[in-house]
Design a protein around this ligand. Sequence first.
Ligand code: SF4
Length: 282
Amino acid sequence: MKKIIRADEMGFCMGVERAVAIVQAIADGNSDQKAATLGPIIHNQQIVDKFTKLGIPAIESVDDVHEGKIVIRAHGIPPEERKKLENKGVEVVDGTCPKVIASHKIVQKYSSQGYHIVIVGDRNHGEIKGLAGYARDFDIIESPQEAEELNIPSKTMVICQTTIKENEFDSVCRILLQKNGQIKIHNSICSATNNRQTAVRSLAEKVDAVIVIGGKNSANTQRLFLTVKELHIPCWHISGAEEISAEIYEDLKRYDIIGLTAGASTPDWVVEEVENRLKTHS
Ligand code: SF4
């Protein structure tokens, strides 16, 4: 049997655990009131499917919400969207991660003091859209190249997506500081992300190959996968056991020790399934 080692820190983070528990509590409440989540509650299809079966589907747009309870996901939403929901008379249940709420407050504070806000992160990600909603005047940049091209006013505050890599944020800040040494920098990177990154690096030293488990649209899972790739360790990114293809099994035959890690939105039972599947095939 192959040896399988799990990363010291992996899987659900505090914010995701909290958001999932909120939806589970609604499901357990057995109320007749309709309930839904605004967008997938987390970037994990298995969880989204489970809640849909329990009568709590994901609704894509605020415009499609008309009644009952609506749960905001851990990434949060812009304040205008929240207002729209409240104006519709629906019950807003806030699943926004407390760490994301802290970022909202920082942006709000500096914005009200007349600062231009620079947000570093993926402009298509829900967390960044939510954060931008709290800024009066802002730019979103995704890379050091974009930082080079950016013109920033003297009063500028820089903040980032909670799941961005520390070295990417550092490079962007270095470039912006060269343009304006007075800028304020707020590092809002979540320790859950860093801890998982550190854990996967140390895992990579002990194994021959790594399997990263998590949704394909989960930013922090993609970052774990990238980190392993950068270390030149054979690795695969799968959403669950059903994605371990015949080719992957074939490739894995060449390795004795397989490492497992999982993104912050991957439930433990999905990791269990992958581990059991690998054990039965080795
Ligand atoms: S990664 Fe951090 S900020 Fe994001 S939901 Fe999890 S605990 Fe919250």
